[in-house]
Design a binder for this molecule. Structure first.
Ligand code: DX5
Ligand code: ZN
Length: 236
């Protein structure tokens, strides 16, 4: 499994230092929650912050755009150094075009679904996505409670992908993930886990990362988990 700590829960007064601490702890991905105050409540950070962190940090940049009409900005996020760009199905009308553009820009393309959004659109998008993000809280804030209904949704999505030539497409779960529930989520079929509060509130980071890894360990990795474990930052 891959843990992608969400920068939203880090100390904003020392972002570069937080990235260094994560790298030293063995973290490989960094989840960047960009919220525009329109698609979801809250206004977080954007392109200049990401571009400046890119110069100081070698982590795989996993950008989660909670932004209305994200296609307007995918080029800027690619230039800022994002490696994976995830857009919301609810925020964009022309999804194939937007996902294709992200790939054209040299990034991996991800599609995110809010907790109440059905997975059926994936049936027509399997070959257009490199990853699917299932929200397990409503977007906006860290520290919210995991919505248990998402466990069935992960299982249903894993089956849909496996049955439609998407066994190589990883599922990311975002919201309320902790060492207490991650084992079940791996069993349901998820491969990449975002964690904000349950990671940053429990330093030291190397010990916390190991707790997540031990709780997630289910033996052999499925294909999708193997695939994304090989993704590298573009600038490395
Ligand atoms: C919510 C964000 C999440 C959030 C996760 O809008 O997309 O990434 O920061 O935080 P926790 O793990 O605390 O739920
Ligand atoms: Zn997120």
């Amino acid at each position: 499994m891959i843990l992608s700590p969400s920068l939203l829960s880090a100390n904003f007064g020392r972002l570069a230092g937080e990235c260094r601490d994560m790298e030293q702890a063995g973290v490989t991905w960094l989840h960047l929650d960009v919220i525009d105050g329109v698609f979801a409540p809250n206004i977080t950070f954007g392109i200049p912050v990401i571009a400046s962190l890119r110069k100081q940090c070698k982590l795989f940049f996993d950008a989660h755009l909670m932004v209305h009409n994200p296609s307007r900005y995918v080029e800027d996020f690619a230039k800022a150094g994002c490696d994976l760009i995830v857009v919301h199905a609810e925020a964009e009308v022309h999804l194939q075009r937007c996902l294709a553009r992200i790939r054209e820009l040299g990034c991996r393309a991800g599609l995110a679904l809010n907790p109440s959004t059905d997975i059926s659109c994936l049936r027509w998008l399997v070959s257009d996505v490199d990853l699917v993000l299932l929200m397990s809280v409503n977007p906006g804030f860290s520290g919210q409670k995991f919505l248990p209904v998402v466990e069935d949704k992960i299982q249903a999505l894993r089956s849909l992908l496996d049955e439609n030539n998407g066994a190589n497409v990883p599922i990311q779960v975002d919201g309320g993930v902790s060492p207490e529930n991650i084992g079940r989520l791996v069993q349901c079929g998820a491969d990449v886990f975002v964690s904000g509060s349950a990671f940053f509130n429990f330093p030291p980071y190397d010990t916390r990362l190991k707790q997540f890894q031990q709780a997630a360990d289910q033996g052999e990795l499925r294909l999708a988990a193997q695939v994304c474990s090989e993704w590298k930052p573009r600038q490395a």
